[in-house]
Design a protein around this ligand. Structure first.
Ligand code: ARG
Ligand code: ZN
Length: 466
């Protein structure tokens, strides 16, 4: 069922497939096999990500000027070659690239569509580490009106920018290996006009530095992160920081238009993070929180350590959802987009668990309500195979969550919650597949669960089997 064999994720880094196994002829093979593929090998998104290297770290030193909408600076990409590389690609949408260096030496480069092709002065040897620095500038051009995804990427707002990049909008603001199969740590040094606040992932490294008319914010995310979870949302914000009752640092921020939500966002995020730490296993990152901006995106995004809410008052349920993603999606990441139910089904199930926890509807009752809707469109969409043209279909969320309720009833609460905690600890900071989840569920329960998963994840019809 799963074409994920090409990837062998180990400790948070996935080996991209070799150029020869890249899909759809998106790359030109070098006679010596030293040309990195233009895609990481996700059949549904053939040009997303790239082959031939594995990124360890991104360093973004950028300036953004809201009045002119100009973003400029240098992004450094530290990577390890998994093949010889006379040439390799990064994903980048728009901008003028001014200069590219590899290990400090000027490299030649070319642009075609959203691919930036870099030819270093000398071939990079397989196994060696290298650093690419890309100097670029221009007005970010977010991805707009794409059929079911809305607008995403670096989105300029009245007072700054709303930056949410799922599934492949990181390339609208920094050159990257833009696919969740290649996770990396991040440093952000972002300069903005004085009075503007920059909110990125992880923690602030010291106080913002005053440069007279500008301020530079330095943030560091020291745990591996998928590119789509990176953010530098900026603008005018009120900020509240502290620690959760359980001792986890909390950072909450609201656009002035949502100031009245700041305490609720802070308190609820703290409470939810503490509770999930018991249910799903220790919190994987060094801080938690949330941000409400006044841009009406129509969605929220689980940006690592900083879930982002686009222009609405989040309720407990959606906060519970985005924070559950810190375990399911952010720490344990998908290897291929078709496995998206591993993120959305689990985060939706977490909403049902939260309801149960606060004395609302039980997960079992929530399941029954959805199951009773015999004509719902989700029965025709198997959630275990998320479709690229309708990635965030309701089925991936609801039927994905229903799969977990059926599994819970089949194997019992004890084994079910043990399974969730084993899943998050086994793949912590890494990548995983649906196939691996099924295998773990079977081995931990000592049962063959083929029928259950086939009916609930892979068949385009309403399951009769429970
Ligand atoms: N992962 C987000 C959530 O369920 C949804 C992101 C939708 N992305 C988009 N471009 N519309 O919380
Ligand atoms: Zn979600």
């Amino acid at each position: 069922l799963l074409g994920t064999g090409a990837c062998a994720p180990s400790n948070g880094a996935t080996m991209p497939p070799s150029a020869a196994s890249a899909p759809n002829g998106t790359q030109v093979s070098g006679a010596d096999g030293s040309i990195g593929a233009a895609g990481i090998g996700d059949p549904d998104f053939p040009t997303d990500g790239n082959g031939g290297y594995d990124v360890a770290h991104y360093g973004l030193k950028l300036a953004y000027d809201p009045p002119t909408k100009n973003l400029s600076g240098v992004t450094s990409v530290s990577a390890k070659a998994v093949q010889n590389l006379s040439r390799f690609n990064l994903d980048l949408h728009g901008f003028t690239v001014r200069r590219v260096t590899v290990d400090g030496r000027p490299a030649t480069f070319a642009r075609e569509g959203d691919e930036l092709t870099v030819s270093p002065a000398t071939t990079i040897a397989k196994g060696s580490s290298f650093e690419v620095a890309v100097d670029y500038a221009g007005k970010p051009d977010p991805v707009r009106n794409s059929s079911n995804l809305g607008t995403y990427g670096f989105i300029p707002t009245k007072d700054g920018a709303f930056v949410t990049s799922e599934p492949n909008g990181a390339k609208t603001w920094f050159p990257s290996n833009d696919h969740p199969a290649d996770k990396a740590t991040f440093d952000f040094d972002i300069t903005v006009p004085a009075g503007t606040t920059v909110i990125a992932n992880g923690e602030l490294r010291g106080k913002p530095v005053n440069g007279g008319t500008t301020t530079t914010f330095s943030w560091r995310e020291s745990h591996p992160m998928a590119t789509y979870l990176a953010t530098i949302t900026l603008g005018r914000f009120d900020v509240k920081t502290g620690r959760s009752p359980g001792g986890i640092p909390v950072y909450a921020a609201t656009d002035p238009a949502f100031r009245r939500q700041l305490d609720f966002l802070y308190t609820t995020s703290a409470k939810v993070t503490d509770y999930w730490s018991k249910v799903f296993g220790p919190y994987p990152f060094s801080s938690t929180g949330g941000v409400i901006d006044d841009f009406s995106s129509g969605y929220a995004l689980e940006n690592q350590t900083k879930p982002m809410y686009g222009g609405f008052d989040p309720d407990q349920s959606i906060i519970a959802h985005e924070l559950a993603h810190q375990w399911f999606g952010d720490s344990v990441s998908i290897t291929r987009w078709k496995d998206l139910w591993l993120n959305e089904g689990f985060a939706t199930y977490a909403e049902w668990l939260w309801s149960e926890h606060i004395g609302g509807l039980s997960a079992a009752k929530t399941f029954e309500d959805y199951y009773a809707a015999k004509q719902a469109p989700m029965w025709r969409y198997p959630p275990g195979i998320a479709q690229r043209q309708d990635l965030f279909n309701n089925s991936v969320y609801i039927r994905g969550a229903m799969t977990l309720q059926v599994l819970r009833e089949r194997i019992g609460d004890q084994k079910f919650f043990d399974l969730l905690r084993t899943w998050t600890s086994k793949h912590k900071y890494g990548n995983a597949t649906t196939d691996e989840f099924i295998k773990l569920a079977e081995s931990m329960s000592g049962r063959n669960l083929t029928d259950l998963f086939n009916a609930w994840l892979f068949k385009p019809e309403r399951p009769t089997l429970r």
